[in-house]
Ligand binder design. Sequence first.
Ligand code: SF4
Ligand code: SF4
Length: 386
Amino acid sequence: MKNRTLGRTGLKVGEIGLGTEHVVPQPQHVLNDVISLAIEHGVNYIDFFYPQAQYRDSMGKALEGKRDRVVIAGHLGAVSLDGQYHRTRDPRLCEDAFHDLLKRLNTDCIDVMMLHYIDEMSDLQESLEGPFMELAQKLLRQGKARYLGMSTHEPAAGIAAVQTGMIDTVMFSINPAFDILGHIGSQGTEERAAKRSSELTRDDAARVYRGRKEFYSLCVRENIGITAMKPYAAGWLLSGKTLKKPFTPVQCLHFALTRPAAAAAVPGVRDVKELEEALQYVDADGDMKDCSALIRDHDWSLRGNCMYCSHCLPCPSQIDIAQTIRLIDAAGDDMTDQLRKEYASMTASASDCIQCGDCEQRCPFGVPVISRMEEGTLLFQDISCL
Ligand code: SF4
Ligand code: SF4
């Protein structure tokens, strides 16, 4: 595994890192195997955002005896309330959650303290100028974190953050769908909401592309290393159901790692098999990595597809929206008893949706959650017979 320098932090990170949102909820032995195999193959950058105690404990166990071999990116601004993920800038809640993270991971210090999911400019301003940033600075001074990062899907927010000079590294969603075809907006939630039901035009895509290019160039100039999240667009780029010509994991990773300032790609893998597919990148030749023909001949649209990221939570009805949509997507035309059982085991179901719309406001990917819940209600309506 080749290492790259994560910009001005000076940290040496393997090109392939690990996003943990899909593997942490798996049984402990699966998580343990993934972490062990990853480290064995030179993966050393691990992003971990979960605030829930049980997931933090699982990660702590998986990292036992391995802490000094990994760079941990832990998030500030993701907290657990009533067992649900919440995004907040409340300094008291965030400080408690950060100390809880240190305790459960059994460490004194997080390498990169990632200011969690800042897309809107108003949130950015509040986060960087208010008590949330004062807390971050305090934790840095106390040596409880080494560097300050920020995660975002929006180049405009990334640009503004880097220009402050306060941020050492940015975690940014990178894949061909977002970069080349502009399947998400570049100017914040309002524009995304306005365009939710319509396709982006060629001009929109060109403008999105320019915004992302500007962000990458700025990061190069300011020596800010980027870690690339969502390199597979949550698996949509790999799926023959979505695309006539799907990408391979190696092609997606190569695309992310060839963006200027990219230091590591952090694919979310579910198990050892998916990790091994990502690790094929290490020995892949130029032909295996090349995805230019796929991009040129694209016939795909990802807008409105769920990335299973949970940024839409909390839900007043306690619906695990990402998991619910994942099951709806998986069911598609191929409903199985296993999917019905998984659906039945959830605390709340799609039919509990009260259509408040809060989730749609929070979703960075324009997912029409309410209609997906209606779809789920119909799809799983015979669940009571289980
Ligand atoms: S609905 Fe949106 S925010 Fe929620 S999990 Fe899906 S992509 Fe993420
Ligand atoms: S619209 Fe439905 S799924 Fe979304 S937050 Fe409200 S109750 Fe939950």
